[in-house]
Design a protein around this ligand. Structure first.
Ligand SMILES: Nc1ncnc2c1ncn2[C@@H]1O[C@H](COP(=O)(O)OP(=O)(O)OP(=O)(O)O)[C@@H](O)[C@H]1O
Length: 271
């Protein structure tokens, strides 16, 4: 197992945001985390990426205990993430943003940079090559010199993925990658996620768009009120009465048939 999460819990005051959650992320697979608003998805994401310290439980990555490690150490271990609201350097170009991700793994020092040592020049060239390859891979090479704030939302989202991949992660965690993009863009993003896995990077994602999850995920973890209520393949989860109940109970609109299974959340609800 690439990542093992065991009995993970997080309380805020008296509130159990995540309670005793266990699941595995298998190498080469796509694992999705779903659940109604406030189910604890973001909190769980923040726990496994080192942005929050758990109240209890453990996170193991490549057989090493990384429980409670701060975010930068978790990233160094090989876990990269994107954010619900894309965090780019808005005033830098798309290429400069991705280069910043490459720099995170650079070994050259400030002295190397000041004196432009051969090592520094070699690393600079390697970083630029890697940046261009990642921009091509994510389909945004033509935007490389554009200022990040000026490019379409879809391009920003792809740039955030390129930036995360620049750190050469083994596990990439995507926080609502399809939020705020159109259906066509979402389908194209799904293809990109498959290509990321084909590249050898394991993917975990939190997402509300059921069309994307159901067509993409190997396994789905379903949370409700902080607890794990289901785990399985899209087919297993879709027809699980507890899952349907959790979504209906959370106020989804419309009826649910066996075929429809759980309802897609309408845009604009929650964060
Ligand atoms: N920093 C915090 N301090 C206090 N309470 C928090 C904090 N972060 C989350 N919570 C609470 O923990 C619970 C789980 O929230 P979380 O954001 O993890 O859910 P979610 O499933 O990601 O929801 P959404 O789909 O709306 O993004 C909620 O009741 C939320 O109000």
């Amino acid at each position: 197992m690439l990542m093992q999460v065991r009995g993970l819990s997080k309380t805020f005051g008296g509130l159990h945001a995540v309670e005793d959650v266990s699941f595995d992320i298998a190498e080469g697979e796509i694992t999705a985390i779903i659940g109604p608003n406030g189910a604890g998805k973001s909190t769980l994401f923040n726990l496994i990426t080192g942005f929050y310290r758990p109240t209890a439980g453990s996170v193991t990555f490549k057989a090493k205990d990384i429980t409670g490690h701060p975010a930068h150490r978790t990233a160094q271990a090989g876990v990269a993430r994107t954010f619900q609201t894309t965090k780019l350097f808005e005033h830098s170009s798309i290429a400069e943003n991705v280069l910043a991700g490459c720099a995170a793994g650079s070994r050259s020092t400030l002295i190397d940079a000041v004196f432009r040592t051969p090592r520094h020049r070699r690393e600079e060239k390697a970083s630029m090559d890697k940046t261009l390859e990642l921009l091509e891979f994510t389909g945004i090479l033509e935007f490389k010199d554009e200022i990040a704030a000026n490019v379409p939302h879809e391009v920003q989202k792809r740039a955030a993925v390129a930036l995360a991949l620049a750190t050469e992660p083994e596990l990439l965690l995507l926080d609502e990658p399809a939020a705020g993009i159109t259906e066509d863009e979402t389908a194209r993003f799904g293809q990109l996620i498959r290509q990321i896995v084909a590249r050898g990077v394991t993917v975990g994602l939190v997402e509300h768009k059921m069309s994307l999850i159901m067509s993409l995920a190997d396994n789905i973890l379903v949370l409700d009120q902080g607890r794990r209520i289901a785990w399985g393949t899209p087919e297993e989860v879709r027809s699980d009465p507890r899952v349907i109940e959790a979504y209906l109970g959370a106020g989804s609109q419309g009826s649910t048939s066996q075929e429809d299974g759980i309802q897609e959340r309408t845009p604009g609800q929650g964060a």
